[in-house]
Ligand binder design. Structure first.
Ligand SMILES: NC(=O)c1ccc[n+]([C@@H]2O[C@H](COP(=O)([O-])OP(=O)(O)OC[C@H]3O[C@@H](n4cnc5c(N)ncnc54)[C@H](OP(=O)(O)O)[C@@H]3O)[C@@H](O)[C@H]2O)c1
Length: 292
């Protein structure tokens, strides 16, 4: 029988990358909040995750095997300036969804982040202690911790890396970089911020692998290489066949942002690689994205 997977926040950047991943063995259902979406073959429903009753109605109706919980306030600067809202949506609402799933025996995957780390001891494995330096990362870490205590057997913590991809209706940093480089404008990229970025399509495959296997515990779904944002931007310029001199090196520490940024939150994702998670390198994936 096909597995039913309910994806909260399918209208967001990562959520859009589920649209080509449905198969006879996997039926998707999605939720949106302020940005209604329509995907062929994926029923999507409006939901404010703060409304637990509405979520319960939805899961009673769909009876999913797994909930992949993406819905969140995902902008660290916004969360830094609105800590109460961040706590309400990213933590409190999540706990209510977990309780609803626990009462019905539904597997729950929580989308966490590499920003739960302080950036001083990379590369991080699943065994390293979370110690974020910003509201967004700290809130995710706190939610991870309680989620595991609440529902140890069927909660999966998927720590996601910085992701790139092409999505018209949910633009991200790549969208504006491509536009600028194509029109011969310079872009500025940090030389002092390191991540293990991955293509969102690969990360979605990783999430589906965890859903299929109902793997509990913490899982890192980082990309295959540690790169600075600057190195990544150079890969992009090369993939676009534009002049790499358009990429200007800048220091993140010289740019003022509401949320403090850790210098290096590269993740070691060997555990996930060991069960078949296979994210591709940026130079290769960027060429594929630009061709599509
Ligand atoms: N993108 C990354 O590089 C990255 C890296 C690490 C972790 N993550 C995590 O992965 C998840 C998805 O990220 P993303 O980049 O796809 O985020 P995104 O593009 O900002 O999308 C956020 C999603 O959450 C929904 N949402 C926000 N508030 C809601 C509420 N009160 N009730 C119901 N839905 C609500 C939004 O719905 P509407 O748009 O319809 O309002 C949207 O679908 C987040 O948990 C994020 O923290 C992302």
């Amino acid at each position: 029988m096909a597995k039913k997977i309910l994806i909260t926040g399918i209208s967001g950047f990562i959520g859009h990358h589920f649209k080509d991943k449905q198969s006879p063995g996997r039926h998707f259902f999605g939720t949106y909040h302020q940005n209604p979406v329509q995907f062929e073959d994926i029923p999507c429903y409006p939901l404010d995750i703060r409304n637990t009753e509405a979520f319960i109605e939805l899961v009673e109706d769909i009876q999913p095997d797994t909930v992949i919980h993406l819905a969140a306030l995902s902008n660290p600067n916004y969360c830094e300036n609105h800590p109460e809202k961040c706590q309400e949506i990213n933590s409190a609402a999540t706990f209510h969804l977990i309780t609803a799933c626990q009462n019905r025996g539904i597997h729950f995957i929580f989308a966490s982040t590499d920003l739960v780390f302080d950036g001083k001891m990379a590369p991080y494995t699943e065994k390293d202690a979370a110690n974020g330096i910003m509201t967004y990362g700290n809130d995710k870490a706190k939610t991870e911790h309680l989620a595991q205590l609440m529902y140890p057997d069927q909660v999966t913590i998927a720590r996601l890396p910085l992701q790139y991809g092409w999505c018209q209706s949910a633009p991200n940093f790549l969208t504006s970089w491509i536009k600028d480089l194509k029109s011969g404008k310079t872009i500025r990229a940090f030389t002092d911020e390191y991540r293990t970025a991955a293509w969102a399509g690969d990360v979605v495959d990783g999430l589906l692998l965890l859903a299929d296997r109902k793997e509990a515990g913490i899982w890192h779904l980082g990309g295959p290489e540690r790169q600075s944002r600057y190195d990544f931007a150079i890969d992009l310029a090369k993939a676009l066949d534009t002049d790499t001199a358009l990429v200007l090196p800048v220091l993140q520490k010289d740019i003022e942002m509401a949320a403090a940024r850790p210098a290096d939150v590269s993740m070691n994702s060997e555990k996930a690689f060991g069960i078949g998670y296979k994210p591709g390198p940026a130079a290769e994936r960027l060429k594929t994205i630009l061709r599509s």
